[in-house]
Write a protein that binds this ligand. Structure first.
Ligand SMILES: Cc1cc2nc3c(=O)[nH]c(=O)nc-3n(C[C@H](O)[C@H](O)[C@H](O)COP(=O)(O)OP(=O)(O)OC[C@H]3O[C@@H](n4cnc5c(N)ncnc54)[C@H](O)[C@@H]3O)c2cc1C
Length: 458
């Protein structure tokens, strides 16, 4: 006989999404459980590049990394062309964090304010009674059967999607991740026997012959330690990123003088627009689980934190209203997210799809000829618009060069156009779940039309 534990909110998964939510709810007066299968040292253990922009902390009010949680202060990003002939230095402050240390800090702050944290507790499945989600079934730290009941159940289990994918098929929240909408990524963290040049700049190398449909990175964690890895688009039959790492990166000059390998692992990351809905009756799914990730660079920690912030506001309002249905305040998780960062994410998804069609030669040419400049790269990644490119295209010099590549010019105009359309569609995310089906059809039609124009069949 399973032991039943009653909570207001049950959060499954204490990675960036779940622990941020627990942190935001810590002063709400609600009875909150946070559950994870890992132990204290394993919190936030998913392999990662560990890079996060400073603006995410400003946007959410989460504590900035400091002490052992901060490994390196980043002051900019160097983006390299395929032949490495062009280097764009993009401004932007951020951090390389010690994920475990930062995550433990958030979880501890939540526990100190009364959030119940259940570690080494494996959630098996959602619990549905009379067609309603009422919590989860789990196996506790001593192998005991547990039932966690809650008015709101949150799936923050990342790509394992322990609850979302087991919800009834007819619930629109049960949405699968297409392999081509994800990157398979792999990284090593190593100590070097020398000081890294400009170690406060993280480096991104766009090179389709090394990282097809993604990029490879070199993120210094400090003067003599670095996180190096790559992401490869899924579903296209490319070799595994680990294999590519050993064949094409391990002997790079940047990796000469390794004295110690500190970590070595890979995982999947969604690289698409947000899930069609982050909320349903008694349910919220955020973080990798709700595909709240930047589609172009695959950064998901900041987006998970923002999604958690909006989810916490919706949850508090749902308890004030005593309404946990999709027609109540929980729906606000969607409207708040989709009409802000989600709209940017949708536009960036169009840009990501376009990037995945380009050859190294085209990327080299575009970067060399100023089609994208450093400031544009910043605008594209932070605003999700191609306005920078379009304004660049309007300058006579670049336009004259682009006329030598009429197909690329046309494509770029199409991309800019569809980025705007996608953004507008997300800005008009439906106020009511009853309109969700109609809205999803428009989104699917838009992306299909865009892929058709670019001749993409995946
Ligand atoms: C190699 C790589 C590099 C990356 N680099 C970056 C980067 O530099 N910057 C960035 O911002 N993002 C990066 N990302 C993406 C980032 O790691 C994720 O977007 C982020 O971790 C998502 O957070 P999350 O909380 O949604 O999920 P997760 O971090 O996956 O956390 C999910 C939690 O749920 C728990 N869980 C799962 N199943 C169960 C279960 N059955 N019962 C109980 N608990 C369960 C897990 O133990 C885990 O703690 C990278 C990803 C990869 C793979």
């Amino acid at each position: 006989m399973a032991k039943t534990l009653k909570y207001d909110v049950v959060i499954v998964g204490l990675g960036p999404a779940g622990s941020s939510l627990a942190y935001f709810l810590k002063d709400s007066g609600l009875k909150v459980a946070g559950i994870d299968l890992v132990d204290w040292d394993g919190l936030w253990g998913k392999p990662c590049g560990d890079a996060i922009g400073e603006h995410h902390f400003d946007e959410t009010g989460l504590p900035k990394p400091e002490g052992e949680a901060m490994r390196n202060r980043v002051v900019g990003i160097d983006v390299y062309s395929p032949r490495e002939d062009v280097k764009l230095r993009v401004k932007g402050y951020g951090y390389i964090i010690d994920r475990n240390a930062y995550g433990r800090g958030l979880v501890k702050a939540a526990m100190d304010k009364g959030v119940d944290v259940w570690l080494k507790t494996f959630v098996k499945r959602p619990l549905i009674e009379d067609g309603r989600l009422i919590g989860v079934e789990a196996r506790g730290p001593n192998g005991e059967d547990l039932v966690f009941r809650g008015k709101v159940t949150v799936d923050a289990t990342g790509t394992s999607s322990v609850i979302r994918r087991r919800l009834p098929r007819e619930w629109p929240v049960n949405e699968k991740l297409k392999p081509t909408d994800a990157n398979i990524a792999y990284r090593k963290i190593v100590d070097l026997d020398h000081e890294i040049e400009d170690y406060q700049y993280i480096r991104i190398y766009v090179n389709m012959s090394i990282a097809p449909g993604g990029y490879w990175w070199f993120f210094p964690e400090g003067p003599t330690s670095v996180n190096v890895g790559l992401g490869v688009q899924g579903g296209r039959g490319y070799p595994s990123p680990k294999q590519i790492f050993e064949e094409k990166l391990a002997n790079r000059p940047e990796l000469k003088g390794i004295v110690r390998v500190k970590a070595d692992a890979g995982a999947m990351v969604p690289t698409r627009r947000p899930a069609n809905t982050l909320a349903w009756d008694g349910f919220i799914g955020i973080g990798d689980n709700g595909f709240t990730v930047n589609p172009v660079h695959g950064g998901g920690m900041g987006y998970a934190m923002v999604a958690a912030k909006y989810a916490s506001q919706a949850i508090v309002e749902a308890f004030e209203a005593g309404d946990f249905s999709r027609y109540g305040p929980l729906w606000k998780t969607n409207t708040l997210y989709m009409r802000s960062i989600g709209a940017r994410q949708a536009a960036l998804d169009i840009f990501r799809i376009y990037l995945q069609t380009l050859t190294d030669e085209e990327i080299e040419w575009g970067l060399k000829n100023g089609v994208v400049k450093a400031d544009d790269a910043y605008v594209i990644s932070s605003e999700g618009e191609l306005k920078a490119n379009l304004s660049v295209l309007d300058t006579a010099k670049v336009l004259a060069r682009m006329l030598k590549r009429p197909s690329m010019l046309l494509q770029l105009r199409t991309v800019g156009n569809y980025m705007k359309k996608a953004k507008n569609l997300y800005l008009s995310y439906p106020e009511s779940p009853d309109k969700l089906g109609e809205w999803v059809s428009s989104v699917e039609e838009l992306y299909k039309e865009f892929k058709g124009k670019l001749g993409i069949d995946w």
